[in-house]
Design a protein around this ligand. Structure first.
Ligand code: ZN
Length: 113
């Protein structure tokens, strides 16, 4: 499962950072999930629940934050928010555009104790 290896990675990186900061435990973690990151929120949440067992994140509150996607039109350079890959540029109806935001998945912040 794709989301499970992502969850394990998040746990590993977050623990490393928390240890560097001399934390005893991690209280909360905010994860930004881009609309086009390829990650399913529910699957990631489920994966995080098992990946965090017996780690510093075991009792942490896990916040998944949906991040909207943006694109820039290659024809008219209009910037627009995009819902799915079938969308066209709202200005010129071109289908040629580049996704500029929304593919990322990242840990935005952690709260430690
Ligand atoms: Zn356009």
């Amino acid at each position: 499962m794709h989301e499970f290896s992502i969850a394990l990675n998040i746990v590993k990186l977050t623990e490393e950072n928390a240890k560097k900061a001399n934390a005893n435990k991690i209280l909360a973690i905010d994860i930004e999930v881009g609309k086009f990151s390829g990650v399913v929120n529910d699957a990631l949440r489920f994966a995080m629940e098992s990946a965090t067992k017996e780690t510093m994140l075991e009792h942490a509150q896990i916040n998944l934050i949906d991040k909207e996607a943006w694109a820039i039109c290659e024809e008219c350079h209009h910037k627009f928010s995009i819902e799915n890959f079938a969308d066209v540029c709202p200005e010129c109806h071109s289908v040629r555009y580049t996704i500029t935001q929304g593919k990322e998945l990242r840990v935005k912040s952690i709260e430690i104790e």
